[in-house]
Write a protein that binds this ligand. Sequence first.
Ligand SMILES: Cc1ncc(COP(=O)(O)OP(=O)(O)O)c(N)n1
Ligand SMILES: Cc1ncsc1CCOP(=O)(O)O
Length: 541
Amino acid sequence: MPPPRPNLELYLVTDSVNLPPNSTVYSQVEACLSARHPPTIVQIREKHLSTAKFIELARDIYALTSKHGVPLLINDRVDVALAVGCEGVHLGWDDMADVPTARKLLGPEKIIGLSVSDHEQLEKALGVDPTYLGIGPVFSTPTKPDHNPPLGTPGVRSLLSAIPATMQAIAIGGINHGNVQRVLFQSKDISGRRLDGVAVVSAIMASPLPVGACNLLHETINWPPLFVPTDYSIQTEDFPIYRDNIHKHKPLVHHITNNVVKSMSANISLAIGASPIMSENPAEFADLAALPNVGCVLNMGTFTGGREFQDLFLGALREHNVRGNPVIFDPVGAGATSARREFAQMIVGGGYCTVIKGNEGEIKSLAGLETVKMRGVDGAGGEGSEEELAKVVHDLATLENNIVLMTGPKDYISNGAHTFCLTNGSKYQSRVTGVGCALGSVIAAFCAAAPVDESLIGPVISAIGMYNVAAERAEMLLEGSDQPGKWATVFVDCLAAIAMSSENLTELIAAHEVRELTNVGKWGRPAGGEGLKQGEDLAEA
Ligand SMILES: Cc1ncc(COP(=O)(O)OP(=O)(O)O)c(N)n1
Ligand SMILES: Cc1ncsc1CCOP(=O)(O)O
């Protein structure tokens, strides 16, 4: 008898805790099954029902699912699955039966899913041969308060690459229509091994429009991938538009940033016409994230570590991710200590950072390229060659599917498809504390003010370009005297003057200062490949 091979593409797991008003688990499942694109498999997950009530609910839902030809599984309870006669069970590691026992009780034709959260569990799981593996949680989720640490898409990818192609695998935890493509894309490993589907609870069960939620998830999963590198290249003539969007939308920049730079970040946000808020109270995050034109800066400079610090960052990341707001992550000091590097990697894995911004040591450390080497948090820079640094930002952006900015004497920016180098700026930028960090506020404001479906590489480059031009102007105004303190004040004034004026940003950020670096290299290309060559596009490489 061949083992069952269910369609796991859109896997609905029920929940009776977070239902919308006037609905039940039954009514939500019934609605989903009537959708144009219903879930391909359903699991009933009830933690508080008596056995009798659980069996009653499962029988009612099984009548529905069988009518629609959709397999039904029961979470944890082999006895309930046996009583109902449905297609199988999903098991965790503390459940009433292990996989071999469940297989003996249920027989060879039933589906048995098993959860895995780390490589140790995976190794054991492969030895008991379940039908499929549920990898998670991908992101932190309130639906399962006792969940293991989030894996992020790098963690899912790492587990997936150790699962034989013959065994099916899905991901679960914090997945919704806004991040599902990224989860599918980023978890694909280099050999092309991909997830067989995604499991969602609240994205459907908590929705007042469950039919729409199913259809949207189906369509998002099956759209041509958004994340293939496109031919989009920045249009320098759009620079003024990005700045004008700030005047139009007055974006709010939610900062969780370090104590040393709070005042500088607030002043710089105000100088460009954005509105700063420094909130480290998780009770406010959902309300802040729900406002229009919001960006978030997560800067780990004052790294206190510990669970509270972790929850603060992951909580803000989650709320802004749910709303699709841009998040600028500054992994301050990630190149200085291993505790910081591990924390930074956990943040990048625990949600989606729209832009990762750091100096050479921080970005290399996050990319797993360099062991701890910086002496402090201030930027060791300028050590790598242009070719090497361009490849580092390109590869990290490709892997994370976001924008990576490496600041230094030259700034390198990549979205994986296109890699740029900006050569303007002032020596004072590295001599006044807070100036580097506050660039994150300006980038967040430019991204938050941009149209929702816009590629953000243009706004990011305009933000950096405008910042660097203001820094150069302030230096010029000092007329050669060495006055970092005065420079800082003049810099804020120059920034305000450029941001609030109608000066032509395109001309200010002169084209020769924004160079596109081509043929930077593809993910997986062996080191020591060809150098940078103008005129050859990565897409053709
Ligand atoms: C499809 C799928 N994957 C993982 C889980 C989690 O199961 P488990 O680890 O047993 O945790 P609980 O669901 O029992 O809280 C799942 N239910 N479904
Ligand atoms: C059951 C389970 N197992 C790992 S995360 C999770 C809950 C996922 O819920 P949601 O899709 O609402 O984040």
